[in-house]
Design a protein around this ligand. Structure first.
Ligand code: NAD
Length: 354
């Protein structure tokens, strides 16, 4: 019979609850055994749910039956906890952002190599329907070569109180959401990031960015514009992509949207400058509709809501398959975030080789 792997969670807060629910629903060979949290009320919650509440992280790490540790604490603690778990002989899944600096992640990578244990990161938004539809549509070639990808997540309710508004604990939108959107683009386009420009805003929270605009350029000519805001009352589409042969918009989280594909050039310029809604202009006059084709994007039916295969991927990696979400990929994302913070501080474009 195939081995079942026991999971211990350090940091049993909001996101850990999501992992618990997913494990209960997924048919995966990982079983939650117990948790440790510095907050007594979270230990009580775990006990009520039928899991072991360890009295210390050492007790959890010394439990020989625990094979995998999920680190789901606040961001400033990820490095030390991941290293302790690896040294205790556990495989580790760490929540995003994996660390706040590349130096911290390099420390983890060194220990994971030294201990021969697998280290992965819960970059669960690689498996969201909106992103999957964008990737598949680009991959199909229907819009030609993409040269601009705009990716936005916009809310109007501010940020939850607590550590997310605290700089020392890794609060702010770059670490919270930026990490996901940067990871998505870098997962899809594996060429080097050659420059980063970022402008961060602290509109309602003095210590951290609650809104940012980031522009990354890639070696293959792609530009990606990523924007997150928490005080935005009118939203843009989730994704807007310009390709050499067409334009794509994904309006919603379920992946719905459309493509407008060029069928042929519209060269009906004429000699006279036309008077159109935009005023006297040839360039911006509406196109002849017969020169384009509209394709409706629907929800990808094979992708379930909130799919997160990180445990399945980890089990496969423990049993010898290549790991899908690697620390080296995460290291590139952390380096882009470091460049973004520097760019915003100096108000200049940072040349990169990431
Ligand atoms: P949270 O505040 O709800 O939970 C964090 C928990 O960690 C708390 O219960 C706290 O008491 C505990 N904790 C803090 N320091 C600890 C320590 N040293 N030892 C043991 N327990 C400790 O926060 P959250 O929203 O669950 O976020 C936790 C992590 O998950 C963050 O890194 C966050 O970025 C990430 N997250 C990821 C996603 C995703 O989609 N992948 C979504 C939300 C949060």
């Amino acid at each position: 019979m195939s081995k079942i792997y026991n999971l211990g969670i350090i940091g049993y807060g909001g996101m850990a609850g999501n992992h618990r629910r997913q494990l209960e629903q997924q048919n995966v060979r990982v079983k939650l055994k117990g948790v440790f949290d510095i907050d007594e009320s979270r230990l009580e919650a775990a006990k009520e749910q039928g899991y072991i509440a360890y009295s210390s992280k050492e007790e959890l790490l010394n439990d020989k039956e625990i094979d995998i540790v999920l680190v789901a604490t606040t961001n400033e603690t990820h490095r030390d906890l991941a290293i302790e778990a690896l040294r205790a002989g556990k495989h580790v899944i760490c929540e995003k952002p994996v660390t706040m600096t590349s130096a911290e992640l390099e420390d983890i990578i060194a220990v994971s190599k030294e201990c021969g244990k697998i280290f992965t990161i819960d970059q669960n938004r690689r498996y969201n329907r909106d992103f999957i539809n964008v990737w598949r549509t680009i991959d199909s070639g229907v819009i030609g070569k993409p040269y601009i990808i705009e990716s936005r997540v916009e809310g109007s309710r501010g940020m939850p109180a607590g550590w997310r508004t605290n700089k020392a604990q890794g609060g702010g939108m770059m670490f919270d959401w930026g990490v996901h959107l940067i990871d998505q683009i870098m997962y899809m386009n594996k060429t080097k990031v050659t420059s980063v420009y970022c402008k961060m805003y602290s509109i309602n929270y003095a210590e951290v960015d609650d809104n940012f605009r980031l522009v990354m350029t890639f070696e293959d000519g792609l530009t990606s514009q990523i924007e997150i805001s928490t005080n935005n009352f009118i939203t843009h589409p989730r994704f807007y992509v310009l390709g050499t042969e067409g334009t794509m918009v994904v309006t919603d989280w379920d992946g719905t949207g459309k493509v407008v594909k060029k069928l042929c050039d519209d060269e009906g310029w004429g000699t006279e400058i036309k008077k159109v809604k935009a005023g006297p202009t040839k360039t911006m006059a509406p196109r002849d509709p017969s020169t384009v084709k509209e394709i409706i994007l629907t929800e990808p039916k094979d992708v379930t809501d909130n799919l997160d295969p990180v445990y399945e991927q980890l089990v496969n990696a423990i049993e010898g398959s290549p790991l899908v979400i690697t620390a080296q990929q995460a290291l590139r994302v952390v380096r882009v975030m470091e460049a973004a913070f520097l760019s915003s501080e100096k108000n200049e474009v940072i040349k990169t080789d990431i």
